[in-house]
Design a protein around this ligand. Sequence first.
Ligand code: F0G
Length: 465
Amino acid sequence: MPFHFPEPWRVKVVEPIRLPERNEREVSLAAAGFNLFDISSHEVFIDLLTDSGTSAMSDDQWAGLMLGDESYAGARNFYHFEETVKEVFGFPFLVPVHQGRVAENLLFSTLVQPGMIVPNNNHFDTTRANIEIHDGIALDLVVEEGKQPSLEHPFKGNIDLAKVRLLFESTPKEQIPLAMLTLTNNSGGGQPVSLANIRGYAELCREFGILFYIDACRFAENAFFIQQREEGQADRSIAEIVRETFELADGCTMSAKKDGLANMGGFLATRNSELIETIKQRLILIEGFPTYGGLAGRDLEAVARGLREVMDQEYLNFRVSQVAAFGNRISGLDIPIIRPVGGHAVYIDAKEFLSHIPQSEFPAQALVVALYRAGAIRGVEVGSVMFGRRDADTGEDIFPDLDLVRLAVPRRVYTNTHLRYVCDALEEIRDQKESIHGLRMTYQASVLRHFTARFEEVKSPVAVG
Ligand code: F0G
């Protein structure tokens, strides 16, 4: 599978990376209890842990850093940031925050009360946690196609509008403080949502008098998929599609660590002038004054510039095709992945690929370990370690349907040669996959256990099934 588009930039600054020797990798793995979150980044050669906050900034963004105005109130970079967000997304009111989950915290702590329901295609884990902490119910209503890993469909991130209507009809309006939609759907494989689906959802929200907010983290990648895949959209610019998308919503939460092309930053934007006043009070309490919201002036500048750069057609042609070519090459090795390839990452179906490892021995975590062993490559488990739990009463383990490994591609960081190297490591793993062992969890914390869990390898022959 060819990598078609060459990188639309040339390299001006380099950051050396080093491939640790095999024996060093073994020592690191053992010391980390086979949990890659506990390995320091200089022991990693290719880091595909996340696309969040890991982007390479452009020379224009770096130049912007030098123009940082670090005044406590009214820094000029805030006004540039504000003007950019208003122009790109069309919302009149906004506050900056230092990352996406703070926008979620501010919004949900203001709107959600116990027993209330927030629908979404799929809630990202911080979104879910910020709803559940207020005893709200985070309801995932992605279309059925979105739950079938190998099924090809252009918009597997769509929300099921029939289920949304049913929910709205059967629930008192006061119990649904807002409806969310995640672009692209990270928890569902980075799959896009069509403009028709966004419009349909917005219309339902309007019909039932419910607020509609977008989780905008990967808004430009979503707009690119709309342009490429949706009828009647091919001739429109990314900026036009973005503008129409957000015109349909009452507000959005944004982590600029993704499609802001920045290492830190985010915002909450809305059309509601009363809500923003309440939010500003809370912001002052937890982040800072409303013209900086937890960010340095220079960070605001980097985000303002990044939000425009990310909508560049050449950039997106390369970005999305790089991830697609990476995924298609992995598919070509007969390694099952979520199809079609999403916008920011390739998700390997490890339960299927390493079918000799039972789910109780964490096949996806075993694959994460194998990738580190083979090439000092760091991916992340999105499966039984992250979403499984041990029932407090019965001691029984409860597992999710899928056991995935996410290989997230940082923006503008790795060349296609780096990604080919990852494919070569995967090929080596495929050829010896029967020799990969499962893992036994030896330590787990009571919340968000995947960050700190520890494991040992199960070296005895395992029962299949
Ligand atoms: N919403 C989505 C869809 C996300 O993917 C993330 C972060 C957030 C909200 C929270 O943003 O990290 O700035 O607070 N996703 C990262 C990831 C962590 O690796 O996918 P944040």
